[in-house]
Design a protein around this ligand. Structure first.
Ligand SMILES: [Zn+2]
Length: 419
């Protein structure tokens, strides 16, 4: 029989190669598909989208695909560096030399890992904002704002993240054989707590929210919400234009405390009919309980994941096969957690088409709701404007869509609405 540790190493190598090949294949399909359709606006959009806008969307998509290649390579190197090349093992030894075995060493290991990961990703994130987004005219972030965002994010991450990290590591160590169930309950409560405080505590740290002043629009959206049987605590405008020209609208908060938030960029681009239609689409998500359904799925899968972690963290081959020497009589919670989070996405990637498909299904349902409760034509023209303003390609590769798109391509949404 094969040594289980070696089997784990082989599994990692195999799944990593499978990931890389699949992602390269998807990326090259997307590039070829978009490039091939670059010189002609699809017939269905010939009257509404100009060739300039179509080509800009194609070039933007191609530029992002090139960065995606760098990102793929970087991810693979980082993964192998942490595992088989001994990075995580070295960091573990380093923190052990520096701190005694115990909770603080465990926390330090995870924090050190997260900080190094953040540093590795920094150049690419800089290039995305100040290279690509800038070149296509979307970036409004100044270097100063960017830096303050990074620092604030770090601070928020520490204030919110350290207590739950400490709790999870403590439960793993002291919670007995059923620690993973307690951890799951703690994580669920924590996530609900963060969702509850986000609109009033976290989001105002990064953006300004001002009450919607446009009285006509306010009257329209209030009437729409009453028609659909909703109450909202208020309508707000968010200064999204401080960072980017991309636009959006969303809900925050629970139950009767729901707030409707419009990006200022959206208000600038859409007329009253179109705003109403976009809001009706968002209401459709509520009416069909999409957010609850997504949360239920995420809670169920995290329970399954934690059960798996509960078992696999007891197996020595899990550590040695991934390039780490476990502390035989000590605490391996942080190592188990980090290895698990590194390796798991390689496996879940292959089921991502299922969740992406479900998400696109939800978009169709929300569109249908909007068509029934507002002006269908207005939704269609709003969507076209949004796709155009965000330079989303009208001609994505179908396989790429299947894996990555949470929203259906414009052509499919418009075709469904018309039908
Ligand atoms: Zn939607």
């Amino acid at each position: 029989m094969m040594n289980p540790s070696f089997a784990m190493t082989l599994t990692l190598a195999g799944i990593l190669v499978a990931n890389l090949l699949t992602k390269l294949w998807l990326n090259s399909r997307q590039v070829r598909h978009v490039a091939r359709h670059r010189d002609q606006v699809p017939a269905a959009f010939a009257d509404t989208i100009g060739l300039d806008a179509h080509q800009k969307a194609a070039d933007y998509t191609l530029a992002k695909a090139r960065v995606n290649l760098v990102d793929l390579a970087l991810d693979a190197f980082t993964l192998v560096g942490w595992t088989l090349l001994g990075g995580l093992d070295a960091l573990n030894q380093l923190t052990l030399n520096w701190l005694d075995e115990g909770m603080s060493q465990q926390v330090a290991l995870v924090v050190g890992f997260a900080l190094i990961g953040g540093l590795i990703g920094l150049p690419l994130s800089l290039y995305q904002t100040f290279g690509i987004e800038q070149r296509f005219g979307f970036n409004h972030t100044t270097p100063k704002l960017w830096l303050s965002d990074v620092l604030k994010g770090l601070l928020v991450g520490m204030v919110l993240g350290l207590p739950i990290l400490w709790l999870v590591l403590w439960l793993m160590q002291a919670g007995g054989p059923l620690w993973w169930i307690y951890t799951w309950a703690a994580l669920v409560l924590y996530q609900l707590f963060v969702m509850w405080i986000a609109p009033n505590v976290i989001m105002p740290l990064f953006n300004k929210f001002t009450p919607l002043e446009d009285a006509t629009l306010k009257a329209r959206v209030t009437a729409l919400m009453q028609r659909a049987g909703f109450t909202a605590k208020g309508f707000f405008v968010m200064d999204g234009s401080r960072r980017s020209a991309h636009s959006n609208a969303f809900f925050t908060g629970f139950g009767a405390a729901k707030r409707v938030v419009f990006f200022d960029t959206l208000l600038a681009q859409l007329n009253g009919d179109e705003m109403e239609a976009v809001l009706a689409h968002e209401l459709g998500h509520f009416k069909h309980r999409h957010i609850l359904k997504m949360m239920a799925t995420s809670f169920a899968t995290s329970l399954a994941g934690l059960a798996l972690l509960g078992w696999i963290s007891q197996q020595i081959w899990f550590y040695t096969g991934l390039g780490v020497m476990p502390n035989l009589d000590g605490n391996n919670s942080a190592l188990a957690l980090l290895l698990f989070m590194l390796v798991l996405p390689l496996f879940t990637f292959f089921v991502s088409p299922l969740s992406a498909r479900r998400s696109r299904q939800f978009e169709f349902e929300a569109d249908a709701y909007a068509v029934a409760h507002s002006e269908g034509k207005a939704l269609a023209s709003a969507l076209l404007k949004l796709y155009q303003d965000n330079a989303s390609t009208l001609t994505p590769d179908p396989w790429y869509v299947a894996f990555y798109y949470s929203h259906p391509p414009a052509s499919q949404r418009l075709a469904r609405m018309a039908a």
